[in-house]
Structures are given as C-alpha cells and as structure tokens.
Write a protein that binds this ligand. Structure first.
Ligand SMILES: NC(=O)c1ccc[n+]([C@@H]2O[C@H](COP(=O)([O-])OP(=O)(O)OC[C@H]3O[C@@H](n4cnc5c(N)ncnc54)[C@H](O)[C@@H]3O)[C@@H](O)[C@H]2O)c1
Ligand SMILES: O=C(O)CC[C@@H](O)C(=O)O
Length: 524
C-alpha cells in the first residue's frame, strides 16, 4: 500500500484517481500535523503553501515522488530532492488559461481603475472624474517571457487590438510570426511599451529583471503587471518609481514575501493587488489536481511520468520502446558493479544499431543507477544517478557506433577502474528477450536474471566437472550453465544460474578449487 500525504488544500474531485485506487492511501494533513509519521509516506502532494526543504526531505525517508499541483516548483528544494532520488513532477499547463485570464483582468482593472472606483461607489461617492482610464486598443503591450501563459496573454492582447512586443531569449521567430507579435530586445520592450507584464519563472537571471536601471528605461506613465512570481520586479525599485510618478500604476498578484504584510507597495492607491489568485479557479484547480493525481498513479504502476522536473520526460509510446533496453541496461549496471570490485574512474557506454534511434540518455541513467546501487549508501535511481556519479569522481560517456557485431542492436559498456577494466555487451531481440553476449572479452550468451555465478578459469579438462561435483556435494542445484573461452587451453569463463542465492562460503570454496582464477556472485 502506497501512502500519500496531501499537505495543501487540493481539489477533492481532482484527487479521485488516488482516492479510488485500492493500492493507495491518501492522508490529507499539514506536514506539522503528521511530524511523527513523515518517514512512512511514499508521495507528497503540495500546492505553494508547503515549503519542501532539505530538512523536511531528510525526515521523509520513504519518499519517492513529490507532486506540485501547479507550475512553479520554487517552494520545493529540487536539488535536495534529486540528491535523495525523489522524482519531482508538476502540472505545467492545467492553470495556464486561468492565470492568463487573471492577468488580463488585472490589466483592464488597472487601466480603468476598477478596484478604486468600486471602493469609491460603495463608500457612497459618485465621482466620475477621478477614474478616467486609458483604452487598451492601439497601445503597446510588452510581454517578458512568452511561454504558456505569455502566449495566451498575447492572443488576448491581439483580440483587444494591441501591438505586442515580446522579449524571450528562447523564442523562435516562427512562433512570434504565427502569433503576430514582435520579438525584440529587452531594451526595446522596456522603452516602447505602455504596459509591461512579466511571465518568466523566477530564476537567477529573472530575479529583479525590472530593476532600478531597467525601470528607468521604461516610458513615463508605464503600467507594470506581475502575475508570475514575486521578485521578478524589484519591489524597492517599483516603490521609488511609483513615488516619483514615472510608473503610473501596478497590478500585482505575487510578492517577494507572501503574504505581503509589511509591504510599502500596498500603500499606493495606484497599485492593485490580489492574493496569488492566478490559478484560483475551479477549472484550474481541478485540472492541476487531476493531472498530478494521474501521474502519481502511473508512477506507482511503474509507468513513465510525463511532467517530471528532474527526469527526462517520455511519452508512454516512447517508454514502451525503450523499456527492454532500460531494463537490460540496469541489469548490465548491476553485473558490472558485482564483477568490478574496485574504485572506478570511467563508465563508457556505446550504443549500436536500432537502439541508437531511441532516447538513450534515459537508458544510460538506468545503467548508471544499477551500477551505483550497491556502491552508495543513499537511494540511487535514474533521478540522481548522474549527480552521484559526478560526486564520486566517475566520468560517464555515451557514444554511438555503426558496428553492431552482427546483432541488430547492442549496448556495450566499458568500466575503467584504477587497476583493471571490464567490458560487457548486451542485446535485445524482440520475442526472445535480453541477453548478455560478451563478458570481460569472452563471447557468451545468457539471460541476465536471477542468481548467477561468474567463474573465470583455465580451459582444462575436468574443471567443469569439479565445479558441478562441488556444488552437488552441498546440495546446490545448477539451473543453467553457459561457457565461453578465447582459445583452446587458455582463459575461459562459466556463467551458472541457480534457483536461490548462493552462500558466501560456497563462493569461497569454489575460489580455492584447482584451475579457478576468480569467482563472482551476481544477484539480479
Ligand atoms: N499567479 C499564479 O497563480 C501563477 C499561476 C501559474 C503560473 N504562474 C507563474 O507564471 C510564470 C510563467 O508560467 P508559464 O507556465 O507560462 O511558464 P513557461 O515555462 O511556459 O514560460 C516561461 C517563459 O519564460 C521564458 N524565459 C525564461 N527566462 C527568461 C528570461 N531571462 N527572460 C525572458 N524570458 C525568459 C521562457 O523561455 C519561457 O518561454 C511562472 O513564474 C509560473 O510560476 C503563476
Ligand atoms: O497553487 C496555487 O494556487 C499557485 C499556483 C501558481 O503559482 C503556479 O505556479 O502554478
């Protein structure tokens, strides 16, 4: 039974896929109310209220996945989650329309002074001269960040007959052309726009993007809007430009500190505010909750998640093609780590044939995670494998080869240690399965599963018989046996499989037997 902590207020209807699932138990409580049992949860579902810190993560020892019912993951320490091997997912587009509509509502309210006029009339005043507004038609809207929400704003602005200038360093010309917007520099957007609205994530680059210097480049009488993240507009700088009248007004849904209890901006008549309401519609809350709920169910069913922040995202069709290679690679990693018992400096993976047409990064991460699993104390999986390898000074390379050594596809891995190196090659054949076809330079053919023994020995009459007798004498049944050698009378290997794990003493006994060079137990 998987246990999920739903720590923030989330649409009950959206949680239905989790609540109705018999293998999942949903507990709806704040983190502070379940401090004693935090280690029991497999999943954590939050909106923006719960701050997922490294400290909280360290208490949630069983945690496998964090889901953010919304876009921004800035309330989650994604680096700490990644290190702990926890998958982080979000609902990237469930609240796009609601936030775009809210931004537009803020824009029209701002230029027509609707909130101020509303308060005035309710105070029994009938003052029609103080609230003369500005038309949107014919004005220039500057959009900083033309992602999902920025795009919806642009479409609506066009319908309102506005000219749209956009600054987004990652915007393609064709998208700008399709939307009928002008893609230009930040300076142009700043100096030409009558209204500027920001729709970027909050990052090192976008923090204080509308700074003292950049606000100085704007038109006198400009309006600014932030329905993205507090901190993209420098609040101190905005106070200065509102005070000196350069900025005519601002509409803010988000703040550097929320709630903004001690914030000078709230004192300005020409600043209109909402309490982070962009995504607060029934539709958006249902969308984001059901998006992440379905993703969590997929995750626990071992299916790929499509909106992960710290894993490559794959569609189900793509994952189905990758799956056999993904599983093969993980087994190859496990075999390598059990055969190569020394410090490793490099892991080089070469893909050949059909597999090169697939998303190999995902396959490589699966291999690395198999390889590192028995070497590190912490949880290691596809999420944090590359990071852990880097921390341990293991370089990791991926390349493609046109030579498939007569197989339709192959994955070859060479691990280079301080003293030795070890190479393994695996293949996948539809309707036949995955096979290891080369181990440490020896041609072989075995199914990588179960409990195996890898014996390196001298190719001499009687060795195979001695191994069989020795195991027979202690009632160990050999399920299958494969042999391989480089030349007659030279070095050779045996791969034996068993129905149950072998005892370490058995391995030691075999190790002492005549003509046996080394013995390695491999559990897959
Ligand atoms: N107020 C709310 O309730 C609410 C709701 C949803 C989203 N949001 C916030 O709105 C923002 C936008 O969300 P989205 O879904 O459109 O995100 P998105 O990822 O689809 O778009 C972000 C855009 O910003 C651009 N960008 C990144 N760095 C930039 C930079 N330095 N300069 C200019 N452009 C840059 C990206 O290229 C991208 O096109 C996010 O901060 C999100 O957290 C707020
Ligand atoms: O949960 C919310 O209401 C805020 C959502 C919004 O800020 C987001 O980033 O998706």
């Amino acid at each position: 039974m998987f246990q999920i902590l739903v720590a923030d207020s989330i649409s009950e209807e959206g949680l239905a896929p989790l609540i109705s699932n018999e293998s999942i138990r949903v507990i709806q409580n704040k983190v502070s109310e379940v401090e004693d049992i935090l280690h029991e949860f497999d999943a954590l579902l939050v909106r923006s209220a719960t701050i997922v810190t490294e400290e909280l993560l360290s208490k949630m020892k069983n945690l496998q996945i964090i889901a953010r019912a919304g876009v921004g993951v800035d309330n989650i320490d994604v680096t700490a989650a990644t290190k702990q091997g926890v998958v982080v997912i979000n609902a990237p587009d469930g609240n796009t329309l609601s936030t775009a509509e809210h931004t537009f509502a803020m824009m029209t309210s701002l230029v027509r002074h609707i909130p101020q006029a509303n308060i005035s009339v309710k105070s029994r005043n009938w003052n029609r001269t103080s609230f003369v507004g500005t038309e949107l038609a014919g004005k220039c809207l500057g959009i900083i960040g033309l992602g999902r929400i920025g795009t919806e704003i642009a479409k609506r602005a066009k319908a309102f007959s506005m000219t749209v200038q956009v600054y987004d360093p990652f915007l393609t010309h064709s998208k700008a052309e399709d939307l009928g917007v002008i893609s230009t520099s930040l300076d142009d957007v700043l100096s030409l726009s009558d209204i500027i609205t920001v729709h970027t994530p909050l990052t090192k680059e976008t923090k204080d993007l509308l700074s003292y210097d950049n606000l100085a480049k704007t038109k006198k009488g400009v309006y600014v809007i932030n329905c993205a993240r507090g901190g993209i507009i420098d609040e101190q700088a905005l106070v200065t430009y509102l005070e000196n009248g350069h900025v005519a007004g601002a509409a803010l849904d988000v703040f550097e500190v929320e709630p903004p209890l001690d914030n000078r901006l709230l004192e300005f008549e020409q600043v209109i505010v909402t309490p982070h309401l962009g995504a607060s519609t029934k539709e958006a809350q249902l969308n984001v909750a059901s998006q992440v709920a379905k993703e969590i169910v997929h995750f626990f069913e071992g299916k790929p998640v499509t909106s992960s922040i710290n894993l490559p995202t794959l569609s189900r069709e793509v994952f189905e093609k990758i799956q056999p290679y993904y599983e093969l690679a993980n087994k190859m990693g496990l075999i390598l780590s059990q055969c190569m018992k020394e410090a490793v400096k490099e892991v080089n993976i070469t893909y050949a044939g059909l597999v090169t047409e697939l998303e190999t990064t995902f396959i490589s991460k699966s291999l690395l995670s198999g390889f590192l699993k028995s070497r590190v104390a912490s949880t290691v999986n596809e999420v944090n494998a590359a990071l852990i390898a880097k921390e341990r000074g293991i370089t990791f390379g991926e390349s493609y080869s046109s030579s498939t050594s007569s197989f339709s596809n192959s994955i070859t891995v060479k691990v280079i240690g301080e003293k030795n190196s070890f190479t393994i090659q695996g293949i996948y054949v539809a309707d036949y399965g995955t096979r290891i076809v080369m181990l440490n330079g020896f041609k072989i053919d075995f199914n990588p599963s179960g409990h195996l023994l890898y014996i390196q020995h001298t190719d001499r009459p009687g060795v195979i018989g001695r191994v069989g007798k020795l195991l027979g004498d202690i009632e160990v049944n050999i399920a299958t046996m494969q042999v391989g050698r480089k030349e007659i009378g030279g070095e050779a290997i045996m791969i034996l499989s068993f129905d149950a794990p072998l005892q370490d003493d058995t391995v030691k006994t075999l190790q002492k037997s005549q003509d046996i060079v080394s013995v390695r137990k491999i559990d897959l």
